[in-house]
Write a new protein. Structure first.
Length: 197
């Protein structure tokens, strides 16, 4: 009988320790949680969730059965909030434009990009590199592409590398194929001579 009472006391002690540990853990958990109701609502709100998400995407855009654009991205997220719809490429993207003969006429890549669907406007940021069919390469940190007007522009520092020279400046306007470009404020030109030997 004495042995049973000791065993019962040991079980009660273990039970009480378990309950105390659970209550302590719960208290620590609740104490460390964020309790700003607006932040909690924003985190849980479905408005902040993408309506479409894709990884390792490679897709083409066609016009009358002819491929005009090729888009590649590690991650794509499409959002629609309060009538504003946009597609975000948080890990960067590459887009290539083709002519009717399936020849590359321009390409653009960036570490981050965003497409504003209704406005038909693209924004590329961070290590933006664009090329045209002549072999000219544009480097900048920020570039806007207006699909409606078929114009590309930036107010940031730019560098254009061509076979005959390197041009640097602030701001740029160009057509979407980057064949006709103009640096707004030219800051430097380095002429290059090519030896065909």
């Amino acid at each position: 009988m004495k042995q049973q009472r000791q065993d019962f006391n040991k079980i009660n002690i273990i039970k009480n320790l378990c309950i105390a540990a659970l209550l302590s853990g719960a208290a620590i958990l609740f104490y460390s949680c964020e309790n700003d109701i607006e932040k909690v609502k924003a985190f849980g709100s479905q408005e902040n969730w993408p309506i479409v998400e894709a990884t390792n995407l490679k897709t083409t855009f066609t016009d009358s059965g002819v491929v005009r654009y090729l888009l590649e991205t590690p991650k794509l997220m499409r959002f629609k909030n309060d009538g504003v719809e946009f597609i975000e490429f948080p890990e960067g993207m590459k887009i290539v434009q083709y002519n009717a003969k399936k020849e590359i006429i321009s390409s653009l890549r960036a570490d981050y990009a965003k497409q504003f669907v209704k406005d038909e406007k693209w924004e590329a940021k961070n290590n933006v590199v664009a090329t045209n069919e002549k072999g000219d390469t544009l480097k900048t940190e920020h570039l806007i592409w207006e699909e409606k007007t078929k114009q590309v522009y930036t107010e940031e520092a730019v560098k254009i590398i061509r076979p005959d020279g390197i041009f640097t400046g602030m701001g740029l306007t160009a057509d979407e194929s980057l064949s006709n470009w103009r640096i707004k404020k030219l800051t430097g030109v380095i002429n290059v001579t090519v030896d065909d030997k």
